[in-house]
Design a protein around this ligand. Structure first.
Ligand code: CA
Length: 230
């Protein structure tokens, strides 16, 4: 082997090592494994409390598959977040709180719901994206507020419409992307909030969230550890 080829190989190897050892903070979450979500917090405040919370999506084609990645790689919640009884529906109020990510510029994600198993009926779903400016993550019961999450950034299907028009109701057939500007250090949460919900309710079925991504604000020069004297 010529010397120049050996040198070139060595440089390539060193560069590859540098690339694989460089620590880059993640800027997205694709929900490959919802049991392994470092820094994410789940808080189900539904009333009455149900037997499900946020869980791994399903790969079943008859429900729906992920927006991106493996078929089940999304996070889901459903009408069983509350335990309703005949004549007394429940209120779903289930938080999926993002980690403390620092100074956020914006957050985007995909979401969708589905038409019922009879391929006809719509049990409307609703999702809030809310923001805690202080970074505290105490949760409210939804009916009286969202606790520390005092700012509402996005509401998907605010009026619990059964419309198949995804500019009015929840996207029922395809995933749709949503995004919001944040410009702050607080915490962001998704809240599955549906009244008259549960198996016996007129509302709530099954929703998914996938491909959450975020943009961090550039570090201001004043915050860089730069000493003007030496
Ligand atoms: Ca995914």
């Amino acid at each position: 082997m010529k010397k120049s080829v050996i040198q070139k190989s060595l440089i390539t190897l060193l560069f590859a090592t540098f690339i694989t050892t460089a620590q880059v903070a993640p800027t997205d979450q694709g929900f490959t494994d919802t049991e392994d979500l470092p820094g994410w917090t789940i808080s189900n405040q539904s009333s009455p409390m149900g037997d499900s919370s946020w869980f791994q999506g399903t790969s079943s084609l008859t429900i729906f598959t992920a927006q991106d990645g493996e078929p089940d790689s999304y996070i889901a919640a459903n009408h069983r977040n509350t335990r309703s009884q005949s004549g007394t529906p429940g209120t779903i109020c289930n938080y999926l709180i993002m980690p403390d990510l620092g100074n956020l510029e914006s957050v985007s994600f995909y979401s969708r719901s589905r038409i019922a198993n009879n391929n006809f009926t719509v049990f409307p779903d609703r999702l809030y994206m809310v923001y805690s400016p202080t970074g505290e993550i105490n949760t409210g019961n939804c009916t009286d507020g969202f606790g520390d999450f005092t700012e509402t950034l996005i509401v998907i299907n605010p009026e619990l419409s059964k419309s198949s028009d995804d500019t009015i109701g929840y996207p029922l057939v395809n995933w749709k992307q949503f995004s919001a500007d944040i410009n702050g250090n607080g915490r962001v949460a998704f809240v599955y909030y549906v009244e008259d919900a549960g198996f016996y309710g007129n509302n709530s079925n099954y929703i998914g969230i996938d491909s959450v991504s975020w943009v961090l604000a550039p570090t201001p020069v004043s915050q860089i550890n730069f000493n003007p004297w030496k």
